[in-house]
Each structure stands twice: as structure tokens, then as C-alpha cells.
Design a protein around this ligand. Structure first.
Ligand code: SF4
Length: 419
């Protein structure tokens, strides 16, 4: 597969991201060296806030996967997991992390110091099947780690009822007891409120940042969406707030001064599904038609507001809503979200990434496509790829399909287009 040229970074915040990512992973390694308990967990489930409130170190194996893709480590990791019998049809995050922990993890030359071995494995039970299976595989690889398993229901957002919340609160209390017993550290309720308030503030800032993308021209594109790293790894910390305030100020200034990510924005696009982490430069490809990807389903999934006055209930609710694109959103709701985003961001066309290794997020794309056409008259294109595995993506096929789509969009708007 031919890789597109490097993703163009125009935001100073996006350029600073390398430092932010490096600091986080160094902090993970240092925590282990200093004897601070390290827990591996999926993101977005309320456990992150408990960890920061108890001064424990959270690590997110799924987040490590895009880092592996960016550093070109995935082929080796896939080779290891496939050698163990894992099918190429499975989720790329699962195959990458299983390969990494059973292969290159012990290599001292791994970028950013790699991941420290877990003392705790936190498996919340919600989310998709592959995410649960990642934790089953991790339990086998790290038999000395203490394991917590929650048993959360998979319930659609619009169907969450008081009894679901009561149950999730009990699961959250059970997790707190587990963490206190396993680490000998007590949870301070005031500190939890503080962390929940920081987490909520990060979400408010994230929502504000996304709102500036409604400006025409758009102040930044999906090529720079890596700034959501802090929403995955740092929710509930001062570092997230400091980074997001800087990013917000820069983006706000660009939006208010009418500074677009490209000089002559003519087409505004929406991207459905996870980016191709090994080829973020792909987002710049659309610029040949003065088109910008101004919104995505994935980036919208990282903001769940919390009520700091009742942090336990807020975290319980968050745990039920975790994986907001997967387990707890009906196709109807997803359709509603995409259509609303297309109205809000004045979208001209939608690019559907039919993701071979993430079936849950790819489900319903045909229904959404039909609704876009019938209800909003917005055309769309579908291309096949994989968010982690470059072997399942053909640049040539992508370009042929996207060129035809951009040409059609340009014609609709009476614009010239040259391939
Ligand atoms: S949501 Fe998709 S990408 Fe994420 S773990 Fe599940 S299958 Fe993999």
C-alpha cells in the first residue's frame, strides 16, 4: 500500500501533541518504576477518574494501538497475533495489542518506552465483544495482575432507566472497594469531586472546540484530530485542561478571524468511522478539490459531561454510556447524530469508511446513507479500509472513488474540479 504524504499540521496545538503523548507514556513507565500501581483499562468508562483521584496510573491498550500505527509497529504486532491463530478479520486494536504484549513488549528499543506491565486489569464489561476479548487475552498474558470485571448491561442511550443507573452505581462501588483492597489506597470523596469537575471541564472545552468547526471556513480539519489524545488518556487531570485551553484559544482565534485550514474552502465533508491511524495524511487528499473534513463521528464520542456534585452517579452513567458509538447507541440514534452533525456543520458530502476490523461502528452505514440522501439530499461515498491494518486499504482504489465523488460534489456546486 502506498502511504499518502504526511498529515499537514497547521495548529500549534497539534504540533505540541508529540510532546503531550511522550509525556504521558513516560509518566506511565515512571509510575511503574516508582511503585505506583498501574492499571490497564478500556477508555471512557468512569474508571479513569477513579484512578486519577486515587493517584493510580491508568493505561489504555486501545490508545497504544494508534501510537503503534504511527510508529510503524503494527506489522510486527500483527505477525505475532496471527502466528498465535488470531484471524485477520478481527478488530485491529485486539490483534495489535495481543501481538504487542506477546511479542515486542519486552524490546527495550520500543518507542516512548512502551507500556509498563499491569498490576491491575479493569474490564468494565460494556463496550463491544472485541474489547472484552482483549482483556481475556491480557489476563492470560499477565496472570499476576489483579483482575476486576464489571457486568454492565448493553443498553441503548435512550433506554437507560433508573434501575440501570442504580445497578451501575453498585458496580462503581464494587470497583472502588476492589481498588482500595488491591492497592491499599483510600478514595477521598473530595478529591473525586475535584477530578470529576476537571473531567467535566475537559468535555466542555472539547465541545467548545468542536463548535468552532462550524465556522466557514473551518479552522482545522480531521488531519489534526489527534488532539483528542487528552480526551482518551487524561480526563480528570489539569494537564488535559491546560492543553485544551491552549488548543481552544488558538482555534477560537482562527474561527473568529476567518482563518481556514485551507485558503479557499469550497466543500465541507463529514467522515464516518475511525480514521486510518497509519495514514492520517489521507485527510489532506481532499484538499485537491478545496474540500475539508470538518466533522467526524469518532471525535464526537469523547465527550460525556459529568455532574461533579454527584460524582459516583455521574461515573456510573458514564460507564453505561461508554463506547457511545458502539454498545449503547441504536442505529436510529446514530442516524440522528450524523444527520444533526451534517446540518450543524453545513456538510456537502459524507465519506463512509467501511471498516473491515470494526464491525460495530460500520453497522448501519447503509441506513444512514439512505437517510442522508432522502432527508437532507446529501450525497455520500463508501470506501473499504481498516483503521489499523494497512493491508486492507488500497490507496489507488480510494483515490479513484474519492476523485469521482469530489468531482460530483464540485459539479453540484457549480465548481471546477481537476484530478
Ligand atoms: S469498537 Fe471497534 S475498534 Fe473499538 S474495540 Fe470494538 S471492534 Fe475494535
Amino acid at each position: 500500500m502506498e502511504k499518502s504524504k504526511k498529515s499537514t499540521k497547521r495548529l500549534a496545538a497539534a504540533k505540541e501533541l508529540n510532546k503531550v503523548v511522550g509525556e504521558y507514556y513516560l509518566e506511565c513507565t515512571a509510575a511503574k518504576e516508582q511503585g505506583k500501581p498501574v492499571g490497564w483499562m478500556p477508555p471512557m468508562n468512569g474508571a479513569i477518574e477513579l484512578f486519577y483521584a486515587m493517584d493510580l496510573q491508568p493505561v489504555f491498550p486501545e490508545n497504544w494501538s494508534p501510537v503503534c500505527a504511527a510508529f510503524g509497529l503494527t506489522p510486527k504486532n500483527f505477525e505475532v497475533s496471527e502466528g498465535m491463530g488470531y484471524s485477520r478479520d478481527l478488530c485491529g486494536y485486539l490483534r495489535n495489542i495481543v501481538g504487542y504484549v506477546n511479542g515486542p513488549m519486552t524490546d527495550p528499543a520500543i518507542p516512548l518506552g512502551g507500556l509498563p506491565a499491569p498490576d491491575l486489569l479493569i474490564s468494565p464489561g460494556g463496550g463491544c465483544v472485541p474489547v472484552m476479548k482483549i482483556f481475556h487475552a491480557l489476563e492470560r498474558r499477565f496472570p499476576e495482575a489483579k483482575v476486576f470485571k464489571a457486568d454492565l448491561p448493553q443498553v441503548a442511550l435512550e433506554e437507560i432507566a433508573p434501575h440501570h443507573i442504580d445497578y451501575a452505581i453498585q458496580e462503581m462501588q464494587r470497583l472502588i472497594t476492589f481498588l482500595e483492597e488491591a492497592t491499599g489506597r483510600k478514595l477521598d470523596q473530595d478529591r473525586l469531586q475535584e477530578v470529576a469537575a476537571l473531567s467535566d471541564q475537559a468535555c466542555a472545552l472539547w465541545d467548545e472546540i468542536m463548535s468552532y468547526r462550524r465556522s466557514i471556513p473551518a479552522p482545522f480539519s480531521a488531519a489534526e484530530i489527534g488532539i483528542m489524545f487528552v480526551m482518551v488518556t487524561r480526563q480528570g487531570t489539569r494537564q488535559a485542561i491546560d492543553f485544551l485551553i491552549k488548543a481552544r484559544d488558538e482555534i477560537k482565534e482562527r474561527a473568529e478571524s476567518g482563518t481556514g485550514v485551507i485558503e479557499n474552502e469550497k466543500l465541507r465533508l463529514f467522515w464516518d468511522n475511525i480514521p486510518l491511524w497509519y495514514n492520517m495524511g489521507l485527510f489532506n487528499y481532499f484538499e485537491k478539490a478545496n474540500a475539508v473534513v470538518v466533522a467526524e463521528t469518532y471525535s464526537a464520542a469523547w465527550s460525556i459531561r459529568l455532574d461533579p456534585a454527584d460524582p459516583l452517579k455521574a461515573l456510573a452513567l458514564k460507564s453505561l454510556m461508554s463506547y457511545p458509538l458502539v454498545s449503547c447507541v441504536s442505529i436510529e440514534k446514530r442516524k440522528e447524530m450524523v444527520l444533526k452533525a451534517c446540518r450543524d456543520y453545513a456538510i456537502d458530502g459524507v465519506v463512509f469508511h467501511r471498516n473491515k476490523s470494526c464491525v460495530p461502528i460500520s453497522l448501519g452505514q447503509m441506513d444512514i446513507r439512505k437517510a442522508l440522501e432522502e432527508e437532507l439530499g446529501i450525497p455520500s461515498v463508501i470506501f473499504d479500509a481498516d483503521h489499523m491494518d494497512a493491508r486492507n486499504f488500497s490507496t489507488a482504489q480510494f483515490q479513484v472513488r474519492i476523485d469521482a465523488f469530489l468531482e460530483m460534489l464540485a459539479e453540484r456546486k457549480g465548481q471546477a474540479f481537476k484530478t
